[in-house]
Design a protein around this ligand. Sequence first.
Ligand SMILES: [Zn+2]
Length: 415
Amino acid sequence: MNYKLIAVIMVTLTFFFQTFIKWLEMKSAAGKIPENVADVYDGPSYQKWLRYYKETTRLAFVRHLLSYLAVYLILGPDVYAWIVYWLSPANEYLTALTVIGANMIVGLLLSVPCDYVGTMVVEQKYGFNKTTKKTFILDQIKSTLITLVMMGGLCCLFIWLHKMLGNWLIPVFTGIVFLMMLLLLILYPVLSRAFNKFEPLPEGELRERLCRLLNENNCTVGEIKVMDGSRRSTRANAYFSGFGRTKTIVLYDTLLEQMSSDEIVAVFAHEMGHNKHKDNLKVQGLSLINLLVMVLLAWALVSVPEIYSCFGFDRINYGFALYLLQTVCLSFLTPFLGLPVAALSRHFEYRADHFAKEQGLGGAMVSALKAVARNSFMCLSPHPLVVKLTYGHPTVSQRIAALEADEEPKGFGRK
Ligand SMILES: [Zn+2]
C-alpha cells in the first residue's frame, strides 16, 4: 500500500479543514456583537480590538500555512530518512532520538519567530505583553528542554516495552503514562515555581470573604496564593491546583489589580464550582481515553514496517512513528476526538458559573466576565461552528445569557 499517499491525503484534508476554521475566525471580526455584551467595548476600544483581532488571526494564519508547508517538505522528499542515513546512529534508540531532535529543531525554527512576533510585537503593541526578552528566551529554553526530555524519554520507554512485551505494551504503557500524568498534576504546584513566584494572599477583607465562602461550602484548601502572572502578561486568571491537603487556589496578581472585590469573589466562586463537581478529575478521566487511543494508534503505526519503507527508512523508526502520530493521525482525528471534550468542558463552565450564581454572585459574575473579555480583548462574536468545534468555554454572551436565565444548566446541547 502507498502509505505516503495516504498520509499526504490525510494531511491535505486536515489542512483544508483547519484553513476553513481559520477563515471563519478571520470572518468573525465582521460579526454582529450580541446585545448582552454590547457594552463591553466602547467606540475607540472596539476599533482597537478590531485591529488587534485582525493582526492576531492573520499571524495565526501565516503560522498555519508555514507549518503545513514544513509538513509537505518533510514528508515529500523523505527528509528525516536522509538525516538518519547521513548520521547513521548506532542503535534503534538513537535513531528514534535523531528524528525527534530533528523535528524539534524544525518546530523551533517555525514557532520561535511566530511566538516572538505574537508576544513581543503584537501583544506588546496592544499593551498585553509584560514578558521581557530575557524571560521570553528563558521560557523557550525551559519548555524546549522539558519537551525534549519528556518526548525522548517516553519514546525510549515505548521502544523498550515494545521489544519486551509485544502487544502487552498497550495496557502497560498507557498505565505508566497515565500515572506519570497524575504525578505531574500532583507536582504541578512545585513545577510551576520554575516559571512563576507564588505568595500567600495577604490578610484583609478579600481574604476573609474568600475564606467565608470556602467555609460555607465545606471546601477545604491548603492555601490561597497570588501568582505573579503580570511578569508575562496583563491577562487575568485563577485556578485550583494539587490534591487534598496540598490543594491550592491560585489567583493571578493581574486579577487582583483589574477587578473589584465582588468580581474577584465571583471568579473565585466559579473555580470553587469546578472543584465541587470535580471537573478536573473528570477531564483527567477523559484524557485517559484519549491516551488509550493514542497508544493504540502508536502501536498500530509500529506494527506495519512497510510504512517506513514508503518514507525512505530501511526499518521501523519509532521517532518517525511519533512524528506520523502527531502530524498526520492526531491532527486528522482532533476535530472528532476534541468535539465531545470541548462540549463537556463548556457544560462544566455553565455549571461553575451557576455555582457562583447560587452564592448570590450572579451579577458580580456577569461583570467579571465582561471585565475579562474587555481586558483580554476577547472576540464577542465568534462563528457558532468555531465555538462548537474548538471552544472549551462558551462565549461570553452565552455565559451571561445563562447567568441571567432562571433555569439551571442541564447537560449538553444548550445554546
Ligand atoms: Zn471555568
